[in-house]
Write a protein that binds this ligand. Sequence first.
Ligand code: FES
Length: 322
Amino acid sequence: MSDLHGQGGRAGAAPLAPGIETVGPDAPQFQVAAAHPRGMERRVALLFIVGLLGFAGFGAAYWQNSTNYFLGLSLGVGFLGLGAGMVAWGKYLMPRGPFSESRHPLGPSVEEKEKFVEDFASRGKVALQRRGFLVKLLSLASAVFGIVAAFPLLRSLGPLPKKLFYTTAWRRGSYLTTAYGRRVHVDDIDVGGVLTVFPGDDIGGALSQTLLIRVGQPGENVVTEPSRANWGPDGYLAFSKVCTHAGCPVGLYQRLTQQLLCPCHQSLFDIGPGRPAVPVFGPAPRPLPQLPLRVDSRGYLRARAGYDEPVGPGFWERGGTT
Ligand code: FES
């Protein structure tokens, strides 16, 4: 209501209350500061366009993975254009005032309130209605910024994992291969020995890493559970090396107790008879997946099939896939 009562008189306007003067839309307070409003409008529009282009440039630079230099520059130009346009609009294209209100009519009558509403409706819109174009441009620049602001959220999440976490590179017939690319022969490891192995086409793969352990004697078929009767030929067993707690490599084998130890949070997995890497201590929520093995006609160890469940942390239990 600050624009109701001014210090200048209004020709022909009825006073709102005795002793209170009102001013009309032609009063000096309602005039804009710009000497040439049209020209100022164009300059403000130009600033908004600069801001719009800056934000759009930031979006494009982010999408293209551009350098921080261009990201900062384009974002800076966007904010600078938008901010400068808003300041110029407020300073030069809005009624300049000053506006004041008489203090004594603290309790307006019903008639005064009605008069106020009527008066505001007739003059309050004056300042804004003329700037429809700028309002639209400001809205457009803000909308572009809003969209661009979502880019970091959308793009920085990285690529979709798709089925990456559900399968590994192990397939039926994959050779058990060392980190140096050498195929593992059945005579390579002594009883009690362990070796980290990978499928031949994914050497070093984080999800494919597998611990090969010779727990039994040559010729002995090691059975961890009845449904895996032929998974452990010639004394060998193989388990995913990715801990089911938080994904650390489970690389420590205690031969005497036949347990695997994860060094991160001390989860213990029992690989004794009838215990297919069942966790017996620590936070690991489920057993290590077992890789079924066979020995081919030349004595090389190969996968009988890939893992039959996802390897790694317990996310999968929450996802209902196991
Ligand atoms: S990651 Fe293995 S116990 Fe935590």
